[in-house]
Design a protein. Structure first.
Lengths: 352, 352
DNA sequence: CAGCGAAAAGATAGCGCTAACACAAAAAAT
DNA sequence: ATTTTTTGTGTTAGCGCTATCTTTTCGCTG
């Protein structure tokens, strides 16, 4: 049994592994094994150690673990889209999982002009892996750079699949299809659509889901009901203006995200159209915007926090896998969406 | 000159301090001194070391620094208000500064029911300091708990000053005064006000600024123009409904935050009032909500990111100060606000 | 019950860095 | 000229933990 040395350098009052091992009457190594959940420890010993840990309120010093143990994963979350509702959810998820996985997180905003030398900057910062939310996740140039620099990457909410890069997506096509089908089921036949920013593959997928649902019901899309947006409130506002200024007007408008849907609602008000009585509106993403407008938006919920956590988890596995020599192949995960019914969609009947 | 040992445990290819010292022809300690910006190094030596660092692309291993060096600051950001626009800015600022100051950041959401034993949980997690954004920053009970547990704290956006706790605020009273004065200058005389949630001191300060500006111009507040809100979109929506349903109606409504202002705009539309032609509306905070409504809101900009950075900075200084024995006294910082003019306020003249 | 292999636990040696002290050379004070 | 102080640098000894190797313990077979 080792005696605990009192060093003048010890500043914290936190118990160390030595104290735990002394109390439990085992060696430090055994405590370490218990902490790390290794198998080769007798149950009785394990219990004794766990008791000692609980008694002392011991928590491993992560700096020491990193130093002695394997490696630290440094993961960067890059973003350039200041849609704060999305970003904050992303951050929360990423932070949680980074803490859980013992990864270090670096968060950086990048402008489009920085893309040229992103990889170099990241390498200089000893970043191991990168998480790319949209629209960064759709930049082929960026992904190629990262790949060349041998950086692991996880791309979020894009269907552009790369072989050596994790992707975490939603089935945008299916979700948009579900929403459109829902509108049709509510009696709508003339359904408008506002496309998202073409710099994101999700935009196209959502559009295709819309078209497919329409054609499945024998409806053909009306060009005058379809407008281009860029995911911003303003673009939704302008697009709705365009659609609603026509001679013939839809009874419902499906915007490719909540911000644009809010823009549609604002325009509807300007046109003195009651939502949802005279115009049903629906969005996509279920960001906080969806409930910060009136009426509250019927939308598609996207599990952003979960997606963010998964991204970190996959990257940590990749990094450790690569270090241990056994490759962890790139995964493409598709999470479930959910249609959230609120008050911006009403049933429609021709007779009304 | 020491020879560099090749150990089978070395896994990373990152250069270590030993490699730098070998290249520069000095001891590791000298390199450490250069890294940490200590004074006692001859300029010539410093340059040589810096060159070596640059050549090798050396970056200190932070785990080793923490372990060997002083202490790690563990700072928790607690929040319970899921106003995502505010949260994401807060997170960005806190993350940046935590990285710069070498602090570890823990982000946790707390429900009201958790308040009872927050301090205990934090102590168990070995948290040194806590950042409290509103409305947590106004919980006296919470602050007392933290104080009893000897946890450092920084409270954001509250004027409730505690002696042993940093505070970072805006002059809410002055800002609200400025905004109200601005409305008066635009010709408005009948100005409504929507109060914020009374659980935050800022609400009261903003209200007082409004009242003072009014009385300075010889105007007395009209009770029917003043309504209670709680900072949510919905509450602004309802409050505006109440104000605008009266016989006499204001020409402008100043909401205590942007979300409520957006609610006011929505209600105005329902009442077929054009904003800003028939009703001017303004908000407070300049969150992303301010530009996600139409017309875009004239509001008060609050430098949230900067406030968050300052909070981390102050806390790190406190923690280190306490450890070094020289106390770093609690600071109360008041940052500058800015009136952002957009399109939700129009000039008003009686003749119109 | 010796003998063997596997399982459990311990001993040792660092991970990369810095606090604390040591020490020589230069500067300042006596 | 000698002592004292200052300055720049090096040496030593860990920080708290885990990889690796070694030893002990244990269950089992013949």
């Amino acid at each position: 049994m080792a005696t605990i040395k009192k060093s003048r350098r010890r500043t914290t009052s936190s118990p160390t592994i030595a104290e735990v091992s002394a109390l439990a009457g085992v060696s430090a190594m055994t405590v370490s094994r218990v902490i790390n959940g290794e198998q080769r420890v007798r149950d009785e010993t394990r219990v004794r150690v766990q008791d000692a840990i609980a008694t002392l309120g011991y928590r491993p010093n992560s700096a020491a673990q990193q130093l002695a143990g394997g490696q630290l994963c440094r993961i960067a979350l890059l973003y350039n889209n200041p849609s704060s509702a999305y970003l904050s959810e992303l951050l929360v998820g990423v932070l949680e999982q980074a803490a859980a996985s013992g990864a270090e997180l670096i968060v950086e905003q990048f402008g489009d002009s920085d893309i040229a030398n992103i990889a170099q900057i990241l390498v200089e910062q000893r970043i191991d892996a990168v998480i790319l939310p949209p629209p960064l996740s759709d930049s082929v140039e960026l992904l190629e750079q990262l790949s060349r620099a041998h950086l692991h990457a996880a791309i979020i909410a894009t269907s552009r699949i790369h072989d050596n890069c994790h992707s975490i997506t939603l089935d945008d096509e299916a979700a948009a299809h579900a929403m459109t089908a829902f509108l049709i089921k509510q009696g709508h036949r003339r359904i408008g659509f506002i496309k998202g920013n073409p710099n994101q593959t999700a935009s196209d997928h959502r559009y295709r889901g819309y078209i497919r649902a329409l054609s499945e019901q024998g409806l053909s899309p009306t060009p005058a009901f379809i407008a281009q947006g860029d995911f911003s409130f303003k673009s939704g506002f302008v697009a709705a203006e365009q659609i609603l200024s026509g001679d013939d007007v839809p009874t419902a408008i499906f915007a490719s995200n909540d911000d644009m849907a809010a823009g549609v609602v604002a325009t509807a008000h300007r046109f003195n159209l009651k939502v949802p009585e005279q115009l049903s509106v629906c969005g996509f993403d279920d960001t906080s915007m969806a409930v910060s407008t009136w009426p509250e938006l019927t939308t598609i919920r996207q599990p952003v926090i979960e997606m963010a956590r998964l991204a970190v988890d996959l990257l940590v596995k990749s990094i450790n896998g690569m270090r241990d020599g056994d490759a962890f192949p790139a995964q493409n995960s598709m999470l479930d969406f959910e249609l959230i019914e609120r008050n911006s969609v009403a049933t429609f009947s021709e007779t009304a």
